[in-house]
Design a protein around this ligand. Structure first.
Ligand SMILES: Cc1cc2nc3c(=O)[nH]c(=O)nc-3n(C[C@H](O)[C@H](O)[C@H](O)COP(=O)(O)OP(=O)(O)OC[C@H]3O[C@@H](n4cnc5c(N)ncnc54)[C@H](O)[C@@H]3O)c2cc1C
Length: 293
């Protein structure tokens, strides 16, 4: 089909927060052959390029955004590659949805991803953010990752050539912001029923403490060293704080929720208020986890 170009893509429609205006263009990659066309497109365009996954960690400004979104379309499902010691290697395209990968792993009886149940987004986004929950980070499960950059093209990088940190991924051999094209995970063969009960337990825990069905982008702020951002926000009086149609959840103070009809301007003002409140009370400056476009 070739590189697909969509004019005036709506950020509100592409983000779980449902906020934001319209970008200039979106380039959608359907297969590896489209990467050459992407390279030409990036040389031609002067717009700011931004790789977007499922938009579950993004807060986009209102109005016109002078940028080109780049997205990998949903590829065919994950595949088993080979045994590696006691583990099974599984390959998965970056455009695959993380919940889809988890569902496949459950049915295939492959363990490792259970604690990530309830995290939306794409596999590429899970790599780029090193998504994590209940002590498991996506990066721990990766054996290698295939990256693309205009300079280097497609290259496989072993996990030990990459740096995975708290909501951080980088690869010194592919400097700058690269596109995650696909990933190879090392998972453990197990009874599908045990995998399912692990996933159910993780999701039940999430549902008790987080507004899982609300329009949000997950946690707005990173946890500062040795503290919980949610707890600091709660003690600073931000839980349930509302501005227009945006509010900090009254279930979990670190989740900013679009109640319907909220704007990015309201969201950004609330974020600013929260940061000031925590700084004044605890002398701690919270760092955003959500990426602001
Ligand atoms: C209800 C809810 C619960 C959440 N719970 C958690 C949680 O428990 N733990 C957690 O870590 N996160 C959580 N999140 C945040 C979010 O789901 C994760 O960060 C997710 O991994 C982002 O994936 P995405 O595809 O939506 O990425 P996007 O939001 O689209 O993008 C996020 C970043 O990833 C980059 N990116 C995306 N795809 C690629 C790619 N193919 N190549 C290179 N870079 C790419 C983008 O450029 C951007 O920098 C939650 C969000 C919601 C809405």
């Amino acid at each position: 089909m070739g590189l697909e170009l969509i004019r005036n893509p709506s950020l509100a429609e592409r983000t779980t927060l449902g906020l934001g205006g319209v970008a200039e263009v979106e380039a959608v990659l359907h297969e590896a052959a489209d990467l050459d066309a992407l390279s030409e497109f990036l040389t031609r365009e002067t717009l700011r390029p931004f790789v977007i996954g499922q938009g579950s960690n993004l807060l986009a400004h209102d109005g016109h955004l002078d940028m080109a979104l780049i997205r990998t379309a949903t590829p065919p499902g994950p595949t088993r590659v080979e045994k590696s010691g006691s583990k099974l290697l599984v390959r998965c395209g970056a455009g695959q949805r993380l919940p889809g990968l988890l569902g496949w792993a459950q049915r295939a009886g492959l363990s490792g991803l259970e604690n990530l149940t309830g995290i939306p987004g794409s596999v590429g986004g899970a790599v780029a953010m090193n998504a994590g929950s209940y002590g498991t980070e996506f990066g721990e499960l990766i054996s290698r990752v295939r990256l693309w950059s205009p300079m280097q093209g497609l290259v496989w990088m072993d996990a030990d050539q990459c740096t995975f940190g708290y909501r951080h991924f980088s690869c010194p051999a592919v400097p700058g912001k690269s596109l995650v094209w696909e990933v190879e995970l090392a998972l453990i063969e197990m009874n599908p029923k045990s995998v399912r009960s692990g996933m159910r337990a993780a999701y039940a825990k999430k549902r008790e403490t987080q507004p899982v069905t609300a329009r949000s982008a997950g946690c707005v702020f990173k946890n500062p060293e040795g503290a919980s951002a949610g707890m600091l926000l709660d003690k600073a009086g931000m839980k349930g704080r509302r501005l227009g149609h945006m509010a900090f959840s009254d279930i979990h103070a670190n989740f900013l929720v679009n109640l319907g009809g909220g704007t990015a301007a309201q969201a950004l003002e609330l974020i600013d208020t929260a940061r000031k409140a925590v700084r004044e009370k605890f002398d701690t400056t919270l760092e955003a986890e959500v990426i602001i476009l």
